[in-house]
Design a protein around this ligand. Structure first.
Ligand code: NAP
Length: 248
């Protein structure tokens, strides 16, 4: 028996990067998985195909988590497809960096809408369906402790995720729903490729400061999330696990 047998999970932003690895890891551990995407339909379908080819169960569902009706429809699609909901992984996120002199309202709203409002809206919808033993895992970032220049808005969104997670851990504890945070360090993904970080001096500098001596890979994060999602982590709530190869 695998540790997530019989469970149903929604992973937001699972068409690529860390979210895709999380979806594959939860399915490998026995969960039926809803692979959410905003625009990358082909990416989400490839993740579903890989899961099904390995004998798992998954469906792809489009939803922009920053829109209340779409976040709600995403959760309802999970319950309709698989009959229940046990795990929500709030992984969807956007990152852009801007020196304070260049910060705009549009930059602020784009990042806070997806990274913070999206977490609240998906969690609100999921909280109506999660029962005893439910698990919410929010993907934050180690950046909140590194104070990286030009990351005031992005780091602010992830600091908000940490604060929200602590509150919800207490708020949902009476219903035996756990809420934990995984904070990755630098991870090689489609997103960090597109942002020009992979292969840059910035990546080299981060690796030089990383005790375990390499960049993170999506699977390094996924295995931690799979643990927190499962009953093996039944005594953990309100925790933040930094998954960064030791860089802080
Ligand atoms: P990525 O490769 O850019 O993938 C982002 C995912 O989020 C995609 O599946 C994208 O869907 C989805 N997404 C974006 N906006 C969305 C929306 N409005 N509604 C639903 N889904 C949306 O990102 P990543 O590098 O894997 O990062 C994943 C998470 O880890 C983010 O929360 C990020 O902040 C965090 N993180 C990343 C790193 C890192 O170094 N990579 C480090 C620390 C924390 P579509 O492709 O369909 O648009």
């Amino acid at each position: 028996m695998s540790k997530l047998d019989g469970k149903v999970a929604v992973v937001t932003g699972a068409s690529k990067g860390i979210g895709a690895a999380i979806a594959r890891a939860l399915a490998k551990d026995g969960a039926a998985v809803v692979v959410n995407y905003a625009s990358s339909k082909a990416g989400a379908e490839a993740v579903v195909a890989a899961i099904t080819a390995a004998g798992g169960r998954a469906v792809a569902v489009q939803a922009d988590v920053s829109q209340a009706a779409q976040a709600q429809a995403l959760i309802e699609a999970a319950v309709e497809a698989f009959g229940r909901l046990d795990v929500l992984v709030n992984n969807s996120g956007v990152y852009e960096f801007s020196a304070i002199e260049e910060v705009t309202e549009a930059h602020y709203r784009r990042l806070f809408d997806v990274n913070v409002l999206g977490v609240l809206l998906a969690t609100r919808a999921a909280a109506r369906h999660l029962g005893e033993g439910g698990s919410i895992v929010n993907i934050s970032s180690a950046i909140t402790r590194v104070n990286t220049p030009a990351a005031s808005v992005y780091s602010g969104t992830k600091g908000a995720v940490n604060a929200i997670s602590g509150v919800l851990a207490n708020e949902l504890a009476p219903r035996r729903i756990r809420v934990n945070v995984v904070s990755p360090g630098f991870v090689v993904t489609e997103g960090t490729h597109a942002a020009g970080i992979v292969g840059s001096e910035m990546e080299a500098g981060l690796v030089a400061q990383t005790p375990l001596g390499r960049s993170g890979q999506p699977d390094d994060i996924a295995s931690v999330v799979a643990f927190l999602a499962s009953d093996e982590a039944r005594w953990l709530t309100g925790e933040e696990i930094t998954a960064s190869g030791g860089i802080r």
